[in-house]
Write a protein that binds this ligand. Structure first.
Ligand SMILES: Cc1cc2nc3c(=O)[nH]c(=O)nc-3n(C[C@H](O)[C@H](O)[C@H](O)COP(=O)(O)O)c2cc1C
Length: 330
């Protein structure tokens, strides 16, 4: 049976990729995930703020000027709190490339254009097989409209794509008003792939200290449904390589993402909970299912449940919505 797939122009031995996460910080863990069958590894993100902080610090050393705008960095973790500084990130990327046989995808996380964009080149030079661009922004300013936000994001994609020769994928938010249109713009800007979706960590209110606390909860399979819907809608119309990210915990989840049209399926929560066994279990389940149904290749099953045969997806979705709401009996 052939589980191989093409993602971002890279031939992967199977569709199961370790998504952006702290796993990349530990070479031994990465080696184990590769041995368990993972077909590629996405490093956790290097944040634009980190790159610019380091660049500003370098300029201050050269020019001897005092910090010009201390408030600008007040909200962000102290420099030492980041897992890897830009230099260490490059070093870790080099080590991962020397240790692993599977492709290593670097990740940059940004919300607005800036000098950080030059850093993409350094990641490519350090040997990254591809670059994942995480566009994480909250549009909280009432004077900024949706098209301003999207134009800026597309500008970032174009700049980064033009600065490197490796393929670039864009990890997008699920909250675009018109995700299909945004993905077309991402494709026109030169990206080779898209990751559906970024996962937002919703802060919670604490009633004891009357404060707002960030919290990190791992996902469960229910989060996959939103990914399935949009993969099924966009996969018939795009030439982008598509990766599912969010809510893949069982072989059934993995299969559903492929049937919706994903070329690669990223997992993080399942690996953080269970380690490499999560990967081997998912792959064994995928193989069993394919064998039972006589699918010889991933290409045969990819997109089998997408909306290719439904020219008006909106009508299809709306009809489902109406039926579901009216099916409840009291
Ligand atoms: C501890 C942790 C760290 C993460 N770090 C990053 C990151 O640096 N960049 C990024 O794009 N996504 C990051 N993610 C998000 C994951 O890549 C993924 O999109 C999300 O966890 C949903 O996938 P899952 O349901 O398989 O966990 C992180 C997730 C976790 C749990």
């Amino acid at each position: 049976m052939n589980l191989s797939t093409t993602y971002l122009g890279l031939t992967l031995r199977n569709p199961l990729v370790i998504g952006a996460s702290p796993c990349c910080d530990n070479l031994e863990i990465c080696q184990r995930l590769q041995d368990a069958g993972a077909s590629a590894l996405v490093m956790h993100s290097l944040f634009a703020e980190q790159v610019e902080f380091e660049e500003n610090a370098r300029l201050r050393l050269i020019d001897g000027i005092a910090e010009s705008n201390p408030e600008a960095t007040d909200y962000f973790p102290h420099y030492d709190d980041y897992a890897l500084t830009p230099e260490l990130y490059l070093r870790q990327l080099t080590r991962l490339k020397a240790t692993l046989q599977i492709p290593v995808i670097a990740s940059l996380n940004a919300h607005r254009p800036g000098a950080w964009m030059d850093h993409a080149k350094r990641l490519a030079e350090a040997g990254a097989d591809a670059l994942e661009l995480n566009l994480y922004a909250l549009a909280t300013d009432p004077d900024t409209d949706a098209s301003d936000v999207e134009s800026e994001q597309i500008f970032i994609v174009r700049q980064v794509v033009e600065s490197v020769r490796i393929p670039v994928s864009v990890k997008i938010s699920p909250w675009h008003t018109a995700p299909a249109n945004f993905l077309r713009e991402v494709e026109l800007a030169g990206a080779k792939g898209a990751v559906l979706f970024n996962r937002f960590y919703q802060p919670d209110f604490n009633l004891e200290d009357l404060d707002v606390h960030a919290q990190l909860k791992l996902s469960d399979s229910s989060e996959l449904l939103q990914r399935l819907r949009w993969l099924a809608i966009v996969s018939p119309h795009t030439r982008l390589s598509l990766a599912a990210s969010g809510g893949v915990h069982t072989a059934q989840d993995l299969l559903k993402a492929l049937l919706a049209g994903a070329h690669a399926v990223q997992v993080v929560s399942a690996v953080l909970r269970h380690g490499g066994i999560a990967i081997s279990t998912l792959l064994a389940g995928l193989e069993t299912w394919m064998r039972d149904r006589e699918y010889a290749t991933i290409d045969h099953l990819r997109g089998a449940l997408n909306l290719a045969h439904c020219p008006n997806a909106e009508a299809h979705e709306r009809a489902n919505y109406l039926q579901v709401l009216q099916s409840w009996r009291v």
